[in-house]
Design a protein around this ligand. Sequence first.
Ligand SMILES: NC(=O)c1ccc[n+]([C@@H]2O[C@H](COP(=O)([O-])OP(=O)(O)OC[C@H]3O[C@@H](n4cnc5c(N)ncnc54)[C@H](OP(=O)(O)O)[C@@H]3O)[C@@H](O)[C@H]2O)c1
Length: 281
Amino acid sequence: MPGRFSGKVAIITGSSFGIGRETAVLFAKEGAKVTVTGRSEERLQGTKKALLDAKVPESNFIIVPADITTPSGQDNLISNTLERFGKIDILVNNAGASIPDSQKRTGVKQGIETYEKVMRLNVQSVIEMTQKVRPHLAKTKGDIVNVSSIVALKAGWAHAPYYPLAKAALDQYTRSAAIDLIHEGIRVNTVNPGIVETGFHGQATGLSEDASKKFYDDMGSNRNAIPCGFSGRPDHIAKAIAFLADRDTSEYIVGQNIIADGGTSLVLGIHTQFPRQTEKL
Ligand SMILES: NC(=O)c1ccc[n+]([C@@H]2O[C@H](COP(=O)([O-])OP(=O)(O)OC[C@H]3O[C@@H](n4cnc5c(N)ncnc54)[C@H](OP(=O)(O)O)[C@@H]3O)[C@@H](O)[C@H]2O)c1
């Protein structure tokens, strides 16, 4: 399909749902060949439907079920992409989550095994994917966009402390990787979303679909939490990712963050109490 990513090949992790799905559809609509991935077959079928509904030809995407935290999952993703499309131009490290503690502990009582799981998904898998995709991106002078969060910034999250810790580490890794890899022509940048309507908060806090919807509506109607007056949609974040993945729009941006949060980070910690609000729902 013609568009700004015409001729480009993109791997988008965590594209079976939410922000990643929307990014896969946007990139494919704008001409990219995309590798869609995630663990859930059912969710992956949902992304396939979204791509077909957007009139993306089946020859322009592949679906590779994979757990991004496993070396075999990462290797499958890369080898399937190369086999089908012959190169890699863009890596979007989007898969991520705040993983609840298996014993339902919150705050600093959360176990070290929870810490390890959260770090493995949000940080280690990004490091491993960066290392493995690097030689291919060096050939194409490609781009990496990492998906972080506003919780990586100054405010903490009392309910689940390892997630902000992981995203802050991801931001710092992005900076170091960016000034290293730009010597090979590879750009690395980050998008830090605020509150976005996806499966994220339900997964992180155990809220039902209805309670999640109420959370997003309540937050969105509270200008003290989201100054622009509405919760983010996945397409808001997908557009910021596309901006950073596109050399035409962002060639001179290296190792930086785009904060896409409707202004929440400006008031975060004063008016926005994620844990308390979700506990009350
Ligand atoms: N929504 C927000 O408010 C918000 C705010 C700030 C940052 N973020 C960040 O945005 C990114 C996307 O999240 P989202 O909001 O779109 O959440 P989401 O709707 O829960 O989607 C998360 C995606 O990550 C995938 N994933 C999770 N663990 C995985 C694993 N071990 N292996 C492979 N894939 C895995 C999921 O796929 P499967 O379930 O199929 O494995 C799914 O496709 C994450 O990095 C998140 O931290 C979200």
